[in-house]
Design a protein around this ligand. Sequence first.
Ligand SMILES: CC(=O)SCCNC(=O)CCNC(=O)[C@H](O)C(C)(C)COP(=O)(O)OP(=O)(O)OC[C@H]1O[C@@H](n2cnc3c(N)ncnc32)[C@H](O)[C@@H]1OP(=O)(O)O
Ligand SMILES: CC(=O)C(=O)O
Length: 559
Amino acid sequence: MRTASPFHVYDTTLRDGAQQEGMNLSVTDKLAIAAQLDEFGVGFIEGGWPGAVPKDTDFFARAAKELTLHNAVLAAFGATRRAGTRAGDDPQVRALLDAETPVVTLVAKSDVRHVERALRTTREENLAMIRDTVAFLAGEGRRVVLDAEHFFDGYRHDPAYALAAARTAFEAGAEVVCLCDTNGGMIPTWVSQIVAEVLDAVGPTAVGRAGDDGRPVGPVLGMHAHNDSGCAVANTLAAVEAGATHVQGTVNGYGERTGNADLVAVTANLQLKLGMELVPEAGLREATRIAHAISEITNLSPFARQPYVGQSAFTHKAGLHASAIRVDPDLYQHMDPKDVGNDMRMLVSDMAGRASVELKGRELGFDLSDRKDVLARVTDRVKHDEARGYTYEAADASFELVLRDELGELPRYFETQSWRTIMETVPDGHTPADVYGPEAEAFAEATVKIMVGGERIVATGEGTGPVDALDRAVRQALTSVYPDLRRFELIDFKVRILDTDQGTDARTRVLVETADGERSWSTVGVGPNVIEAAWEAVTGAYVYGLIKAGVSPAGPSAG
Ligand SMILES: CC(=O)SCCNC(=O)CCNC(=O)[C@H](O)C(C)(C)COP(=O)(O)OP(=O)(O)OC[C@H]1O[C@@H](n2cnc3c(N)ncnc32)[C@H](O)[C@@H]1OP(=O)(O)O
Ligand SMILES: CC(=O)C(=O)O
């Protein structure tokens, strides 16, 4: 269902977003992102520059056959005709027609310095390039958006020429003139002043009005902001408050240099704070999932502190915050995270108080509201452990083990009596196979002595290092009793040396992430060396995994 909003939410993730360093999207990636953008509810999806970028030409061809859009229409992006040519003869303009999109967006010069120095043409010819190209495409039935490049810098330098570029586009039939802060150096007060002046100058029809079919009538002013001054979202809001009714941006703020305005933040601010109706409520409530799904496709790690959709956007660490949040989450949150599909999270660390532990416990499924004794003991233990180098905020599973221990609910699956490892070295350039024959794989050997179900098991393991050898030895000892261990896989291992000024006396922290094919969990260990720290983290991961698998401790050593 197409939204009947006269306001345009225009996404350029697939074009300007793809200009980000490190971003390399296949056509299939672009199609998958377009489907997510449509689900979010944007009105326009700019797919790329057909004719200039071969992948983008393919994108429009495949999109026509493979993409079913419910909220958005596609826009093909390109430039005005080259100087000294005819629009209809310019192969690049023809490629825009061939993309067969309802909307075409043209980048055009509106800063006279760019006209003279970058295009190396005359002021008049640049206006003719705008006029001819817009009129040609509008005459072919396309809705035309003109991206007025460097508009704000151009306006501050020579307002009359920047305005002439905008007027020329409207007169030739452009539906939107989008004012671009191409270099991203504007601040909100400059933007709102310039947008207001442009609206006055081009006339009241520049403010979009809804026609009978819900589509905007008359020219519309838009805003395209880059984030070089850190103000892209604020600049976009300033433009809207000054009368712009078309906003451009990208999901996750992707884009050239420091990126574009983050379109989720722009939309959430306008819709949730200013009460405008821009995207379907259902789309906004999926914003966090959609932003993360797009990160998966772009293969760029999500930014945890991203407003609205970041993992830390509604995460609380300070104990005093938690004590107020226990009464009412609104006391420390600007909105309900559910409105953008995010969640509140509590961190437990040395900055925690009993309220933090109670709320974290609730998050993990433990009601501790009438267990003041447990809250006090866990809080003290966490503070004491963190002073020794533990970090529970990155290791929820270890925190749950502490909590269960203090509640007397920690199953005793096994008891370690002792373990040892032996490290072997072979000369540089050799492998164990060179030294010990073709069967030899290991550099290290480990032996563990473990009590399980009343029996003492001695097991050995060989591995490429001491931690690997220990892990194999423990599995060797335990898997016949606890076959679930076979599904546990160590997927990440982080080592940090603490108190580096103490040299070899420094303590070591190991954070381990383990997965069982369905979920993953993090545990922490601290010790005088990496092997002892890893032992604690890895055995903690096994215990947590067995608890979550619903396994009961074997025999008489169960506790
Ligand atoms: C602000 C933005 O981000 S706009 C989007 C920018 N995106 C991209 O540049 C990505 C895709 N770009 C490309 O594939 C290439 O740069 C192309 C195909 C567009 C151009 O490449 P080439 O044909 O090799 O041209 P070249 O790089 O030598 O120069 C660009 C030409 O475009 C002209 N040009 C630049 N802007 C415009 C414009 N708005 N309207 C018309 N012509 C323009 C320049 O004057 C120059 O013309 P010239 O060849 O007569 O000197
Ligand atoms: C058009 C565009 O991407 C810009 O001016 O930044």
